[in-house]
Design a protein around this ligand. Structure first.
Ligand code: 5GP
Length: 117
């Protein structure tokens, strides 16, 4: 069996985290090392290592994650300006191999590129 990720430990309550939203399929926590004044992570309870590892069976879950992003953005009051990011693979900056969506907001985003700074 694959080793538990830090996010599974958080989901199971074995490690503390600042939880901003949760439902039956996902949890949203504040990032421990925020890259913007608002930086949260939306994490499915079911551990899918990378986005590329998701398949047809995960369609409803992936849709739920995207809808949850909107719900959470509204809850945080950032619905008019936020960015969503998924790192897929080590060379793309993925450090935790349990799919998660970053929501970043309340910073001035570069208008002409996808760069975060
Ligand atoms: P990745 O680099 O895999 O796309 O993003 C992983 C994110 O998880 C990073 O932004 C990192 O700061 C965050 N992170 C890593 N460990 C913890 C932790 O124990 N608690 C919380 N809240 N965030 C974490």
């Amino acid at each position: 069996m694959a080793e538990e990720t830090i996010f599974t430990k958080i989901i199971n309550g074995d490690i503390p985290a600042d939880i901003v939203y949760q439902d039956e399929l996902c949890i949203c926590i504040k990032d421990i090392n925020p890259q913007a004044p608002t930086h949260v992570l939306v994490i499915p309870r079911q551990p899918i290592p990378r986005l590329v590892d998701a398949n047809e069976e995960d369609k409803a879950l992936l849709g739920h994650l995207m809808i949850s992003v909107g719900t959470i953005a509204k809850q945080l009051g950032v619905e008019d300006a936020f960015r969503v990011l998924i790192n897929n693979g080590e060379d793309a900056g993925q450090t935790v191999f349990h799919l998660h969506l970053h929501i970043l907001a309340n910073k001035k985003f570069s208008e002409d590129s996808l760069a975060m700074s």
